[in-house]
Write a protein that binds this ligand. Structure first.
Ligand code: MG
Length: 513
């Protein structure tokens, strides 16, 4: 049942596997170039790199949209039911995923792909300038074009109810805007309720240790590597380099790399980035070799991927037990900066709740409000209910309503995120889905493993990683997210686990009744 082998004796499966392997190789090579561009490439290298990436992307598109791929898929899909059932789990998933990718590639004409690339390239530049000058109007006409092209794309891809669904489906297969709305609405109410109680509690803010002191680069880097290694990241199959924004990239199941940044005055930020990217990397390193180097060798969706990074970062990394284990080591490395610190003090510092303008700096309680706001706006944008020119006003009034704060300028409001300028519309909800999945999965994991607090406080992360590998990682893209979450936890996505987690943790931290 859980056999992840392909039926290579079937010549059609073998052919499909070969195509999938070639596509994987091209995309891995693309990732190597992208990784190099963000880490080691000298500035002038960009002259060549743009063309190299464009060439690889054209080769990929050509291989994928070859009519023979379509014919092969049709042949496999029209296999008699009795024979189709003999296909293995991996065969069926490979057919499904190749079909998904093939359809997307052939439905979108090259003209649209080129136009989108062009508009996004201008979009990125105007967005940067607009953000710098705190003036949305500089970016408005680019965004207008991007939205128009995304609507065209949605129309070509097809959708049951709303064009937004087609865009969302790219990042979270099987999810619809309506469903997100059904999940986000009650979630928003619960979070606002908790946030109000926290703000009213008037509890004094914590002392700051990890943030605001001077931290040496080499030692900080060593600490993050030690943490990565301890949670199970294998440096024989990966490395941590420096980039402007931390990310994870996959060249194959035995070479998954992470990056980090070291600001010098914010050790916490580097530590949590390491744990976050480490969580993504452990997922991809845990993929079963048998489906490695194929289209199935990535995570199954952005939401599930994010559940893995957030689980390590928040449920484990922001727990008191985690800091009971790590505080003594950190103190030994930074004697001066951390001489008065205790695990309890770190725990309070890293879980401080403060409504603020910037999403990427948000705490666990307010984070999802930032996402819900973006989801509502992009959904209405695609539905034509909101005009691009009105975005700052719409953003600011929603923000006031949700956070009780007045946005001082567009760079701290509608212009803060890069996503829309890159044509990534339908992406934001996956961050919150990741949080919700992680709470639900962590709930099952804690129940099944038992004594998880003791494991974490003694630095024993092996049982956690082992469980995640068995239940989630090894399957890669075999199961779609909805099926996976049901297999793992026994039920469909249920936000109550996340709400319970927040209420419990923060009622305790802020002495709420
Ligand atoms: Mg992430």
């Amino acid at each position: 049942m859980n056999d992840l082998k392909f039926s290579t004796t079937n010549s059609d499966i073998a052919k499909l596997l070969e195509i999938s392997g070639t596509l994987f190789d091209i995309s891995a090579a693309t990732s190597v170039l992208g990784w190099d561009q963000e880490t080691y490439m000298p500035p002038k290298g960009v002259i060549h790199r743009g063309r190299q990436l464009a060439t690889l992307s054209a080769v990929y598109h050509e291989k994928l949209t070859n009519p023979k791929v379509g014919q092969l898929l049709e042949k496999l899909e029209s296999t008699k039911v009795s024979e189709f059932e003999r296909f293995s789990l991996a065969d069926r998933a490979l057919i499904r995923e190749t079909r998904r990718e093939y359809d997307r590639a052939v439905k979108i004409p090259e003209r649209l792909v080129r136009e989108m690339a062009q508009v996004c390239s201008t979009g990125l530049e105007t967005w940067k300038e607009a953000r710098l000058k705190k003036d949305f109007s500089i970016f408005a006409s680019s965004l207008q074009k991007i939205v128009a092209l995304k609507k065209e794309e949605a129309g070509l891809l097809g959708f049951a109810k709303s064009p937004y669904d087609a865009l969302l489906d790219e990042y979270e297969p099987g999810m619809t805007g309506e469903e997100i709305d059904r999940i986000f609405n009650p979630l928003r109410k619960e979070i606002v309720l908790l946030l109000n109680k926290i703000v009213e509690s008037g509890k004094p803010v914590s002392e700051h240790f990890l943030k605001g002191k001077k931290y040496n680069f080499n030692k900080s880097r060593k600490i993050t590597e030690k943490i990565l290694e301890k949670i199970g990241y294998d440096f024989e199959s990966g490395r941590q380099d420096v980039s402007t924004h931390p990310f994870t990239t996959n060249f194959g199941y035995a070479d998954v790399r992470v990056t980090n940044r070291f600001a010098g005055n914010d050790l916490g930020s580097s530590i949590f980035s390491a744990i976050h990217e480490g969580g993504h990397a452990l997922y991809e390193l845990g993929i079963d070799e048998k489906i490695g180097d194929t289209t199935l060798a990535g995570g199954t969706s952005l939401g599930i991927h994010e559940s893995q990074s957030r689980m390590w970062e928040n449920f484990i990394g922001r727990s008191k037990e985690f800091w009971e284990y790590w505080t003594p080591y950190l103190k030994s490395q930074f004697k001066l900066q951390l001489q008065n610190v205790t695990p309890e003090k770190v725990y309070r510092e890293i879980n401080e709740v403060r409504p603020d303008f910037i999403r990427v700096e948000a705490d666990e309680v307010t984070y999802n409000l930032h996402i819900i706001l973006r989801f509502e706006i992009e959904r209405d944008l695609i539905a034509g209910k909101v005009e691009v020119k009105d975005l700052p006003e719409v953003w600011n009034s929603k923000f006031k309503e949700m956070f009780g704060l007045v946005v001082p300028d567009d760079s701290q409001g509608v212009l803060q995120d890069i996503h829309w300028s890159q044509g990534s519309i339908g992406y934001f909800p996956t961050y919150t889905l990741g949080n919700l999945y992680s709470a639900q999965i962590y709930n099952t994991l804690s129940r099944e493993i038992g004594g998880i607090g003791e494991h974490v406080s003694s630095g024993n992360f092996e049982p956690i990683l082992h469980w995640l590998r068995e239940k989630i990682h090894r399957f890669g893209g075999i199961y779609e997210p909805k099926e996976l979450i049901k297999n793992v936890t026994g039920e469909a996505l249920n936000p109550k686990y996340f709400v319970n987690y927040l209420n419990q943790k923060y009622s305790h931290l802020y002495d709420l009744t």
